[in-house]
Design a protein around this ligand. Structure first.
Ligand code: BTN
Length: 261
């Protein structure tokens, strides 16, 4: 199959949302959709605007990492103007929306690794980055960036085969990106409209986390904490119990599972 060419209209045709994706801007190539989304914010763009790139040359990930974003993958950012109380739920909404859309379009089973990596068979298929600006307890904007490995042949990229996967590698066939994106935007809107009450979102996200009850190492702010990932609270923080019984509440970090310990 020839590489699928995306466009704004190929995504908006048949998209039945009223907020998320009411404006879709497609660029064949961008440094990062996060910066293009922030530029849209400065121009006063409406909530729900989606920026999509065919490929990114300077895609970025959480914790200052780079994010590989060749053509064939999905790279998009969604502009939101949420109430400050809703901010913690964006991580949950984004990861659930990706998980649901992949399951709808492909029948593959997904899990979430705290806080928001979407996994298939224990390997990462999607990363999510949220950037926001808050002033005097008001959210100026939040940009939710989502990268999904769709057409990437993982074996072609050095060093990621043990930890990453793509829809194509899992299925051994091509998946139409526009179908995944339309489903994703629809699920995102459905969940976002449940706010400001986030209880059901929190419960669905917690139920899909693969991390809970496991022995883990969490890298956070330059230090590594080991213990049992006991729970997550409603703000999305991970509650880690160390061997001496101490409880730590971790708001950002990277989890490694210690399956064999
Ligand atoms: C991570 O797992 O570290 C998060 C990766 C987030 C990647 C997406 S791709 C679309 C958006 N633009 C970026 O530069 N990053 C996010």
């Amino acid at each position: 199959m020839a590489l699928e060419e995306l466009s704004s209209s190929s995504i908006t045709a048949g998209l039945a949302t009223s907020l998320i994706g009411r404006k879709v801007v497609y660029f064949p190539r961008l440094p990062s959709t996060m910066d293009a989304a922030r530029l849209e914010v400065r121009r006063g763009t409406a909530e729900g605007t989606v920026i999509i790139a065919g490929e990114q040359t300077e895609g970025r990930g959480r914790l200052r990492r780079t994010w590989l974003s060749p053509s064939g993958n999905i790279a998009l950012s969604i502009v939101l103007y949420p109430d400050i109380a809703c901010l913690p739920y964006l991580v949950m909404i984004a990861s659930l929306a990706v998980a649901y859309s992949i399951e709808t379009v492909t029948d593959l089973k997904t899990r979430i690794k705290w806080p928001n990596d979407v996994l298939i068979g224990g390997k990462k298929v999607c990363g999510i980055l949220i950037e926001n600006k808050v002033r005097a307890n008001r959210v100026d904007y939040a940009v939710v960036g989502i990268g999904i490995n769709v057409d990437l042949k993982i074996a072609d990229v050095a060093g990621i085969a043990a930890t990453a996967t793509s829809l194509k590698d899992e299925l051994d066939r091509n998946v139409l990106k526009k179908n995944v994106i339309r489903n994703l935007l629809t699920e995102f809107e459905r969940l976002y409209q449940l706010l400001p009450t986030g209880e059901s979102i929190y419960r669905a996200w917690r139920a899909r986390l693969e991390t809970l009850g496991e022995k883990v190492a969490v890298t956070s702010g330059g230090s590594v904490l080991e213990g049992i990932a006991e729970s997550v609270d409603e703000t999305g923080a991970l509650v880690l119990r160390q061997a001496d019984g101490t409880l730590n509440r971790i708001v950002a970090g990277d989890v490694t599972l210690h399956h064999n310990d």
